[in-house]
Write a protein that binds this ligand. Structure first.
Ligand SMILES: [Zn+2]
Length: 195
């Protein structure tokens, strides 16, 4: 697994799952299979909890990728990704959930370091991107809600996941904490206001 994000305080997959479940409960989504990710963003925006900004796909500052800006508590989403998430496309929904993961896991400039640790020191559980990817997977498809006899296609439809994410979600439900998570499409280093 390659290093992708910034170093943050370590979190195991079990702890990320626990945080995801806490968030779902706090948002009254505890037993909800299909998370209404865009309405959720809008509610958080209206209550000034987390702002959302839609940027033009061609905006070179964001390189066509979604970002979380911890200083402004703002998610910046390219127009095409936002529209795709509104149309319930699984990959775009995962991208939005990944950015929410940065927010809910408390990834901030203060927690991050501007440089990576030595290759020998690096571990996935201290990588901001690995943590956000795992949060997104658990948040969109809580393992306790997945019927392990369901097909990948059924889980994909029920939870609004891509087929790849649905396959991983089923594995997660069988062995949470032991299955590698799906990699999202967030811009590298997006938890920091770097260039
Ligand atoms: Zn990210």
């Amino acid at each position: 697994m390659r290093r992708r994000g910034y170093i943050v305080p370590p979190l195991s997959r079990q702890k990320i799952l626990s945080k995801s479940n806490q968030c779902r409960e706090a948002l009254n989504l505890g037993d909800r299979k299909y998370i209404p990710i865009i309405p959720l963003l809008e509610i958080m925006h209206c209550h000034d909890i987390l702002n959302t900004e839609i940027c033009d796909d061609a905006d070179v500052a964001y390189r066509g990728e979604a970002f979380y800006d911890p200083a402004e508590k703002k998610i910046i989403i390219p127009d095409s990704v936002y529209c795709a998430a509104c149309s319930n496309q699984g990959r775009a929904r995962f991208t939005v959930a990944h950015e929410l993961g940065h927010f809910f896991l408390g990834h901030t400039v203060a927690f991050g370091r501007n440089d990576y640790c030595d290759d020998n020191e690096w571990r996935p559980f201290i990588d901001s991107e690995w943590q956000a990817d795992n949060f997104a997977g658990f948040f969109l498809a809580a393992p306790h809600l997945i019927n392990m006899h369901s097909t990948t296609n059924q889980v994909s439809i029920e939870f609004g996941l891509s087929l790849q994410a649905a396959e991983i979600a089923i594995k997660n439900a069988k062995k949470p904490g032991k299955v590698p998570g799906l990699m999202g499409t967030c811009g590298t280093g997006s938890v920091l206001n770097n260039t």
